[in-house]
Design a protein around this ligand. Structure first.
Ligand code: SF4
Ligand code: SF4
Length: 222
């Protein structure tokens, strides 16, 4: 528990995000998450400011996952605190310590992560199927039809895709893998879901090999 607090406190952003707290509640009054959940940014800031290690740990079980990361609080706080920024640090530390709350919250995003890493897109036109959107009512009929033809009508060539929202080149994909690797995204994924990480890791290796082969071919052509 103490190590978790020390990791939060030791984050390089911490001193910038927390400068004191008047306990005025402006952050909570403007926080959209506080309107819908048992969550208060004022409470989170107070726990950190008073170094209440036990209750910080309790808040990391559930409350911190309610924040929408909209940063309205940061724009309003008279002390220039960023409760949302502090929550981001707490979440990253929860992942680092493989807390069950982090695994439970992030599990449903596994499919999105897989789609994003393997295609460079989170969503794609072919995901919009009438059966999946009953709440759209009759409006869903507007997207029915031959998707390939509809997408071909878009003037921008990189958007004439069906299985991805837009075309992502192999070079861009490989660059994204490097960014995710160097910023710790892939490491976090490994801590949260080892099976998903293995699938994605194999995929990345294949794509990197494909890219190296493409580069060699270019050199041969020159
Ligand atoms: S960033 Fe989080 S804590 Fe801040 S206002 Fe948005 S939802 Fe609330
Ligand atoms: S974090 Fe800022 S806005 Fe929120 S209670 Fe403290 S001083 Fe007020």
């Amino acid at each position: 528990m103490q190590q978790i607090y020390d990791d939060i406190r030791g984050d390089f952003r911490y001193d910038n995000e927390l400068n004191g707290c008047l306990n005025c509640g402006i952050c909570t009054a403007t926080c959209p998450a506080a309107h819908f959940y048992d969550y208060s940014p004022r409470e989170i800031v107070q726990l950190l400011w008073t170094e209440n290690v036990e209750q910080i740990y309790d808040a990391m079980q559930e409350k911190i996952w309610a924040c929408a990361q909209c940063m309205t609080c940061a724009a309003r706080c008279p002390f220039k605190n960023s409760p949302g920024g502090l929550v981001a640090i707490m979440r990253e530390v929860a992942i680092k310590h493989e807390m069950q709350s982090a695994k439970d919250v992030l599990r449903p995003f596994g499919r999105v992560m897989l789609k994003l890493i393997t295609t460079g897109n989170q969503l794609s036109p072919d995901m919009i199927q009438p059966d999946h959107f009953p709440d759209w009512g009759p409006n869903i009929q507007k997207v029915e039809g031959d998707l390939t033809v509809l997408r071909k009508a878009i003037p921008v060539k990189t958007l004439q895709t069906v299985e991805t929202a837009w075309e992502v080149s192999l070079k861009t994909s490989v660059e994204m893998y490097t960014i995710w690797e160097m910023t710790g995204v892939l490491k976090s994924l490994e801590l949260m879901d080892e099976n998903l990480f293995d699938v994605i890791d194999d995929f990345i290796d294949e794509k990197r090999e494909e890219y190296d082969e493409w580069l060699e071919e270019q050199e041969d052509d020159d």
